[in-house]
Design a protein around this ligand. Structure first.
Ligand code: AGP
Length: 616
């Protein structure tokens, strides 16, 4: 997945586009570039590596121009080198393109273009686009050169997903943008027009946003934008005010977005609860958003998600089966989309996706709809493709999550899914008013318990991280509701500290993985006082008997735990017992953060990753 941006306004575009790329680099950050329109020619600056390399190049080789396009890359076709970075140009350099997505028929198009004498510079799929557009544009010469006609002629030639922006040296005040399968937004401000893959990159120059739909093309000039279908039919341009403030996408006083987003969790949960609890006559009532589905008729739920969102779905299964008494399946989106799943009468599909753009989850949403299942989505980006293609949407209200490793979105997903389970139980008449009020009262204590746990575990976490940062493997063990915590904690260590960390259901450990135990292996065990506690103590004994290094995640006053473990990460006892996993994951988020920092890793943009994987 990549990020694209564009600017048309009174100022020089280079620094404005750099800031936009900074806000998009969570989408991909192995190389970057920009193309500016400067007095009838296109000036391109590109660099492999982090965005700082491009910024440095713009200092040593300045580029002028008040209109331009830019790109930050997550390599799909071709290594992350300067020559493969975007923008890509036509042979004469009179057309430049930045692209997010994949041109699946690029190989055939490349061969066709080479047969006409085109010499390719890069190994990318994208480079076919500027060459095709330049050739189509040459055919409009009799009509005086029509860039729109040229772009429209090329679009039907492309197979795959693409959001791209194109500039023509002959038109110094114009950017043409196209969307099919990858997100693209148009921003409008008091003095400038912008385009970007995501809202934060439009700030602060735009205060209104338009979401380009699939099959639509935008012709952007200084004065505004004209939207049309690929075939040319005009479309009314509808802008909405941008509600996100610029500081929501800056690190503030934190050294990383991940640190900021971990710390934001109490506020995020408070915001989510405030949106779902209404006080009537002094009593708490659950607010049930209209999801476009009669929940009373739901007989079966299928969750579809990837990785962290999938871990949250594992907890949702427990919540719904316990509270609403209906069977739940939890599907990995990248598997579900290729299976022939059964559509069970009374079934409901629920897609969980922080970004709302994950390709596997989106493809699964489309499959579920083809099977005749109603689909609702739990997303953090209400304007995302998954949200727009679902019949009902549950907003996460977590605010932009920039750090690639999900933290606040995960805990918000778990709470939102618990509220959904309550909503299902209530729709089925299984939640009495007194039970509802009592549960909601317990939920109100959760944000403060998150605050206290984050503060209370910091020293123990930091101490253990100092000791175990050099370890190249780790094991996480949890049972029942803490099994997803073990999986999520292991994922954090994998993705930001590059450690071979695995999470297991603790009962499985003795069936094989226990062979991994040595005196150098940190084994992190989730041991809150829940129904699995006694069994977890047995697991601790098994590891201890084999001289493993034990970290227990449990309660500060648990003397058993302190006796058995080398370290204890203290967590509060959740008043809302079912949501103990929200407290349990907190020290593991901070542990991964500290270990990664000690290993010199970039916690916000880990190697090889992107925030949302919009390719298969
Ligand atoms: C989470 O830390 C990871 N960055 C990643 O696995 C993520 O959970 C996954 O790509 C799904 O993303 P989504 O929730 O935006 O669909």
């Amino acid at each position: 997945m990549c990020g694209i941006a564009g600017y048309l306004g009174p100022h020089n575009a280079d620094q404005i586009l750099l800031v936009a790329l900074e806000r998009l680099k969570y989408r991909g950050y192995d190389s970057a570039g920009m193309a500016l329109l400067d007095q009838g020619k296109i000036v391109v600056r590109k660099a492999a590596g982090t965005l700082e390399h491009l910024a440095q190049k713009l200092i040593t080789e300045p580029a002028a121009g008040h209109a331009g396009i830019a790109h930050t890359r997550w390599a799909t076709h071709g290594a992350p080198t300067e020559i493969n970075s975007h923008p890509h140009q036509s042979s004469a350099g009179r057309v430049a393109v930045v692209h997010n997505g994949i041109i699946e028929n690029h190989d055939a198009l490349r061969k066709e273009l080479q047969a006409t004498g085109v010499v390719f510079r890069s190994q990318t799929d994208t480079e076919v686009i500027p060459h095709l557009i330049a050739q189509a544009y040459a055919h409009t010469a009799d009509a005086g050169g029509d860039p729109l006609l040229a772009v429209r002629a090329v679009i039907p030639r492309l197979t795959g997903s693409f959001a791209f922006a194109v500039i023509f040296a002959d038109f110094p005040e114009r950017i043409i943008a196209v969307r099919q399968g990858s997100p693209l937004l148009i921003g409008r401000g008091p003095e400038a027009m912008m385009l970007a893959s995501d809202i934060p990159a439009l700030l602060p120059h735009a205060d209104h946003v338009l979401h380009l739909d699939d099959g639509h093309l935008a012709d952007v000039t200084h004065t505004g934008v004209e939207i049309s279908t690929f075939a040319g039919a005009p479309v009314t341009a509808t802008f909405a005010r941008i509600e996100i403030s610029a500081d929501a996408v800056t690190k503030g006083s934190f050294d990383s977005f991940m640190a900021k987003e971990i710390a934001e969790q109490p506020t995020v949960l408070e915001r989510l609860l405030a949106s779902r609890i209404q006080v009537l006559a002094g009593c708490d009532h659950l607010v049930m958003p209209d999801l476009g589905v009669d929940l009373a008729t739901v007989r079966h739920v299928t969750f579809i998600a990837c990785v962290t969102s999938w871990h949250a779905a594992l907890l949702a299964k427990r919540f719904i089966e316990h509270l609403a008494g209906i069977p739940v399946e939890v599907e990995v989106a990248s598997e579900y989309r290729y299976r022939k799943p059964l559509a069970i009468p009374g079934g409901l599909a629920v897609a969980i996706s922080q970004s709302g753009e994950t390709a596997d989850t989106l493809a699964s949403v489309r499959l579920a709809k083809r099977l005749g299942l109603p689909v609702i989505a739990l997303v953090n980006v209400m304007s995302s493709t998954i949200a727009r293609e679902s019949s009902g949407v549950m907003p996460l209200f977590a605010g932009p999550e920039i750090g690639v490793a999900s933290t606040k979105a995960y805990t918000a997903q778990v709470l939102a899914l618990y509220l959904f389970a309550l909503q299902l139980a209530k729709a089925k008449g299984l939640l009495t008013p007194s039970a509802e009020a009592s549960i909601l009262e317990d939920l109100r204590t959760l944000p403060d318990q998150v605050r206290n746990t984050l503060a209370g575990c910091e020293n123990a976490v930091s101490e253990a991280a100092a000791l175990f940062a050099p370890a190249d493997a780790s094991v996480f063990l949890g049972r029942l509701g803490e099994h997803p915590t073990a999986l999520e904690g292991a994922l954090k260590l994998k993705e930001i500290a590059y450690i071979h960390a695995n999470g297991y259901p603790a009962g499985e450990f003795k069936h094989g993985p226990i062979a991994l135990v040595t005196a150098h292996l940190p084994v992190i065990c989730l041991c809150p006082h829940d129904e699995a506690y006694e069994k977890m103590l047995s697991n601790l004994q098994e590891v201890r008997a084999r001289h493993g290094r034990l970290i227990g995640v449990g309660h500060a006053d648990d003397h058993h735990l302190h006796d058995l473990c080398d370290h204890v990460f203290p967590i509060e006892r959740a008043r809302a017992k079912a949501l103990q996993p929200i407290l349990s994951i907190l020290p593991l988020q901070r542990y991964a953060y500290h270990v990664a920092k000690r290993r010199g890793c970039n916690v916000d943009q880990p190697r090889n990753l992107a925030k949302s994987v919009t390719v298969e």
